[in-house]
Write a protein that binds this ligand. Structure first.
Ligand code: SAM
Ligand code: SF4
Ligand code: SF4
Length: 380
């Protein structure tokens, strides 16, 4: 008796049909999207799992023991990720950020880091390789990550007060272990280290000044992120967003700050430097950043693409669908030239500008789509 095999298709993450690439690929011309934006920055999610349950990202009620995470066979292998990243580097990407879920939960991540650190742009330059982590495993891993070729790291930390931090990660994780992770990264010679704090009004905004005081003058760049309406599970409300302008006001009431120039085009953070007694920026005191994704849309020069852990390419953090590249890498065994041309065609068709659109709507309509992809799936 013959058995019928029924293919199971995971419809949680629907995807667009891939565009047919125009041939031959115009190698000399890097793609620009519909709004004339280049492709520069690729964020790669290496796992959809996390050991924290930050309420703004993976609320416990949704991401519980019954939540269906992706099976291991669905994840891109390190070889598949590296191949894809190298094709992205050919088509303009200069910066790669590993993220997740919690990227340090992916086994043997150092192997992937070594492979990515060996990639070069067409001009022969190494990529700017970094990683965003909740810091929980960093004390243990900082040295091996550095040895594998990771130069920089961004650590998420939402407060210094242990009770506040334990409540926000919602798994009772102590702040001291994350601080030890940051110190280990510094001791391993990574830098500059960035610390990201998501500010939720009424939850941790009283931690702004203590956090700034703690990191001022240490070489660590603290960045305050507006709480975003990303995903569809965090119950986002505008009144829980503390606008960056108010963060700066609070800081300026303590220490004089000067606006600094953006580090690179398309940079998400607005930079502010601590001033000395003469009113000039004092590099020894360092700088802070604010990321105003809600109150000041920066879609105009957004050059970021996101690759999910199972190989779907998303053109915006607020997208509801991506482009499934995995069949090209696996079943179809497509050539490098074909995949590169497909990436070009996808990027050339891009017109996403979610935050800008939201800011043009009245506040009550300002956040809508029901099926937006979760940040833990495509990474921050
Ligand atoms: N688990 C790692 C971590 O927390 O750093 C990497 C993945 S996490 C999704 C990446 C970044 O997204 C973190 O800095 C996190 O604070 C930020 N994030 C998650 N949900 C957010 C939200 N609703 N608004 C603003 N930032 C958010
Ligand atoms: Fe995990 Fe990072 Fe999301 Fe927090 S923000 S739940 S640490 S993936
Ligand atoms: Fe880029 Fe989308 Fe964010 Fe705009 S909303 S800055 S297009 S990721």
């Amino acid at each position: 008796m013959s058995e019928r095999v029924i293919a199971l298709v995971d419809q949680r993450h629907p995807s667009w049909a891939l565009p047919t690439p125009s041939t031959p690929l115009q190698l000399a011309q890097l793609p620009l999207d519909q709004l004339q934006r280049p492709l520069r920055d690729l964020r790669i999610s290496v796992t959809d799992r996390c050991n924290f349950r930050c309420s703004y990202c993976m609320p416990k009620e949704v991401f519980d023991k019954d939540y269906a995470y992706l099976p291991h066979s669905a994840l891109l292998s390190f070889e598949e990720i590296t191949r894809t990243a190298s094709l992205f580097a050919q088509r303009g990407v200069q910066k790669i950020r590993l993220t997740g879920g919690e990227p340090l939960l992916r086994k043997n991540l150092e192997i992937l880091i070594a492979q990515l650190a060996a990639l070069r742009t067409p001009e022969g330059l190494p990529l700017d390789l970094t990683l965003t982590t909740n810091g929980s495993l960093l004390a243990r891993k900082a040295q091996s990550l550095k040895e594998a070729g990771l130069q920089r790291v961004t650590v998420s930390l939402d407060g210094l007060d242990d009770a506040v931090f334990r409540r926000m990660n919602d798994v009772d994780f102590p702040v001291s272990d994350v601080l030890a992770g940051i110190e280990a990264a510094q001791a391993a010679g990574m830098g500059p280290i960035k610390v990201n704090m998501v500010v939720k009004r009424g939850t941790n905004d009283h931690e702004i000044i203590p956090m700034a005081r703690h990191f001022r003058g240490t070489g660590v760049v603290l960045r305050f992120i507006e709480y975003m309406d990303v995903g569809a599970t965090n119950g986002w409300r505008m009144d829980e967003v503390l606008p960056s302008a108010q963060v700066i006001e609070r800081l300026q009431a303590q220490w004089p700050l000067l606006a600094l120039q953006a580090a690179a085009p398309g940079e998400t953070a607005e930079r502010w430097g601590y001033a000395n007694a003469q009113g000039q920026h004092d590099p020894a005191l360092g700088e802070i950043g604010v990321i105003s994704s809600v109150t000041q849309a920066f879609c105009g020069d957004c050059n970021r693409a996101r690759l999910s852990t199972e190989g779907r390419l998303y053109l915006c953090l607020f997208a509801s669908q991506g482009y499934d590249l995995r069949p090209l890498l696996r079943e179809q065994a497509a050539s490098d030239a074909h995949i590169a041309a497909t990436l070009d065609a996808i990027w050339r068709g891009r017109s996403d500008r979610y935050s800008q659109r939201r800011s043009e709507l009245p506040p009550e309509q300002g956040s809508s789509p029901a099926r937006r992809v979760e940040m833990s799936y495509i990474g921050g």
